[in-house]
Design a protein around this ligand. Structure first.
Ligand code: IPM
Ligand code: MN
Length: 357
């Protein structure tokens, strides 16, 4: 297969982990006889420095012309000034919107090898396997916002908006995924307070009843969900929710497996390239030291192969290589729990060696 893959290393540890991700994709290409053409483009803080724009048009064009995109991370203290004209995060929001990546898949799985790394008790987290579908191009992230005068000074507002069509398409994707898993969908909203959530609930219920009667369906309020995720994470299969609730709940859920360094995500539209990234950030505190954990990026590369290139066997080979490397006891500092640790590139070497056989 010929595929055109855009690499967006970004800021902080992004370049270090994407370099290793590229090696893993190259190892897959040579083992399976594929031709992956990979090119790097700027996004985030470094793009602000070099081009005055966190998402230069050339990056957008390259992404649109690609088959899939592998992103590192954006942001850092250097660009955190609240008075700044633009921020690295704006680049991320814009690429989601430009490519209409409305579905953000965030799988939360615990690894038996690392269950001790979880801040929660083993009997609560072991065996957790949740797939979140976070709506990514709507809701309060993209509603009208601004400031206006107020008797006390000023007031600020952000509108949370969802349409029937936006709700239907994300719920359908979640339900389809549930059919290939345990057949259960939980929709999370705040329908006791928010009108947007009442529409969300109505539409989700109709889609599930009419189109997916074979899939079990329930609803949970977002505040209760925060509690259930910690108390009984094993009881969830597929969870679907809006942009802001999904942002918060998936960060909470990311602690279940113990390390942010192992969690990949995929952002997909109805056609066109998908964007794949580790869910951790740019970790400016450890950037440049060669100690970042590249495993989430490898697992993101596996999702890229599976979802955008339909290369299921190749994706499984990466996942198995990561599992085998962990099983053999190799750890980067973030998951070493005080034991000895290896560097980002050593982890890359080990996984590449597993893939190459
Ligand atoms: C995420 C991040 C982003 C978000 C930020 C960096 C814009 O937190 O991908 O979850 O809020 O969506
Ligand atoms: Mn987030």
């Amino acid at each position: 297969m010929d595929a055109n893959i855009v690499l967006l290393p970004g800021d902080g540890i992004g370049p270090e982990i994407v370099t290793q991700g590229q090696r893993v994709l190259e190892a897959i290409a040579s083992r399976f006889g594929h031709n992956f053409v990979m090119s790097e483009h700027p996004i985030g803080g470094n793009a602000i420095d070099d081009f005055g724009d966190p998402l230069p048009q050339a990056t957008i064009d390259a992404c649109k012309a690609s088959d899939a995109i592998l992103l590192g991370a954006v942001g850092g203290p250097k660009w955190d000034d609240p008075a700044a004209k633009t921020r690295p995060e704006a680049g991320l929001l814009k690429i989601r919107q430009e490519l209409q990546l409305f579905a953000n898949l965030r799988p939360i799985q615990t690894w038996d090898e690392l269950v001790d790394a979880s801040p929660l008790k083993t009997e609560i987290v072991a065996g957790t396997d949740i797939l979140f579908f976070r709506e990514l191009t709507g809701g309060v992230y993209f509603g009208d916002s601004g400031r206006r005068e107020h008797s006390s000074g000023e007031e600020a507002y952000c509108e949370m908006v969802y349409s029937t069509g936006e709700i239907e398409r994300i719920v359908r994707l979640a339900a389809e995924a549930a059919r290939g898993r345990q057949g259960r969908v939980t929709s999370v909203d705040k329908a006791n307070v928010l009108e947007v959530s009442r529409l969300w609930r109505q539409v989700a219920e109709r889609v599930m009843k009419e189109e997916y009667p074979d899939v079990e369906y329930d609803v949970v309020l977002v505040d209760a969900m925060a509690m259930h995720l910690i108390a009984r994470p094993k009881t969830f299969d597929v969870v679907v929710t809006g942009n802001l609730f999904g942002d918060i709940l998936t960060d909470a859920a990311s602690m279940l497996p113990g390390s942010l360094g192992l969690l990949p995500s995929a952002s997909l539209g109805s056609d066109g390239p998908g964007l794949y990234e580790p869910i951790h950030g740019s970790a400016p505190d450890i950037a440049g030291r060669g100690i970042a954990n590249p495993l989430a990026t490898f697992l993101a590369a596996a999702m890229l192969l599976r979802h955008s290139l339909k290369l299921n066997e190749e994706a499984s080979v990466i996942e198995a290589a990561v599992a085998a490397t962990l099983k053999a006891g190799h750890r980067t500092a973030d998951i070493a729990s005080g034991g000895s640790s290896i560097s980002t590139s050593e982890m890359g070497d080990l996984v590449v060696a597993q893939i190459s056989g």
